[in-house]
Unconditional design. Structure first.
Length: 295
């Protein structure tokens, strides 16, 4: 199934997505985290509920204001340097163990909202990524069983402030500016995609021009391995998310560098999942964010 969390009348409401249209399940609406706990029978019940919705309940997804998948957000664990060509374009050795860092809730924003270009830097870069959504938690999860713990997938733009990222060996500052990590618009359950979301085209476009174009088959650490590795040092819980790293083509590796600026539009597209589209605004010009942590 395909889900989107929509903002209607000031509420977060779960929507079922079919094609390019969405219908919400009304108020009160189940939370996506609640749905994850229902299992296959619950998903089938939602599908049957959607089957009987009137035609007028279905609207173009592009016309709906969206929210983050979870509120508040759970843990967001990110892999860096997970594509060989991307590691090399950034001047890094290809790692034996993935670079790992965390994203905080205030750094996230949903599809359709504006990424904020901070006034302290002009080096705002794009990063198309596959995002894994954990459905069943655990610790020390064997790699052979790891995909059983995945609920689904969505798109992620790990927009990064490069000069702050490289101030220290730890990437935390450059990866956690407010409203830079865009997620959505659709969560696709794992059964609708190849195992581990492998072999999917992943691309990024800046103002309509393709700047990244690769395949999730190129990941050094595939999804099952990533889930297993992360569970070695922390307990994964339903609703946690793992960002799988970006392929080559990022802005800082270009000559001259290509940065995102206010007025730009950036899109992340992953085959079988959808298109994550966000504008870019200058810090101080952003609209209030609905349906996110603390709102």
């Amino acid at each position: 199934m395909r889900f989107a969390v929509c903002m209607e009348e000031g509420e977060r409401r779960l929507g079922v997505v079919r094609g390019d249209r969405v219908a919400t399940l009304g108020s009160p609406s189940p939370d996506l985290l609640e749905v994850i706990g229902w299992g296959r029978d619950g998903l089938e019940a939602i599908s049957k509920q959607a089957d009987v919705l009137p035609a007028g309940a279905w609207r173009p997804l592009s016309t709906v204001r969206l929210a983050l998948p979870f509120q508040p957000a759970g843990k967001v664990i990110c892999l860096g340097l997970n594509y060989r060509a991307h590691a090399r374009e950034g001047g890094y050795e290809v790692p034996d163990y993935p670079a790992l860092f965390l994203r905080v809730a205030t750094s996230l924003l949903p599809a359709g909202e504006a990424i904020v270009a901070p006034f302290v830097s002009e080096k705002l870069d794009f990063e198309a990524e596959l995002m894994v959504i954990i459905g069943r938690g655990g610790r020390h999860i064997p790699e052979a069983q790891a995909l059983d713990h995945v609920f689904g997938y969505t798109c992620f733009n790990d927009a990064s402030i490069r000069d702050f990222q490289r101030k220290t060996h730890q990437w935390t500052p450059g990866k956690n500016f407010d409203r830079t990590g865009a997620i959505g618009p659709v969560v696709v359950t794992a059964d609708e995609l190849p195992a581990g979301a492998a072999g999917l085209r992943i691309a990024c476009r800046l103002n309509g021009a393709t700047v990244q174009d690769a395949s999730t088959a190129d990941m050094l650490v595939p999804v099952a391995m990533a889930v297993s590795l992360v569970s070695e040092f922390m307990t994964l819980e339903p609703g946690d998310m793992i960002a799988m790293g970006t392929p080559q083509g990022v802005g800082h590796a270009r000559t001259p560098p290509l940065w995102m600026r206010p007025g730009d539009t950036v899109e992340v597209e992953i085959e079988g999942i959808g298109i994550l589209r966000n504008g870019v605004v200058a810090e101080g010009e952003e609209a209030p964010l609905q349906g996110a942590a603390g709102k």
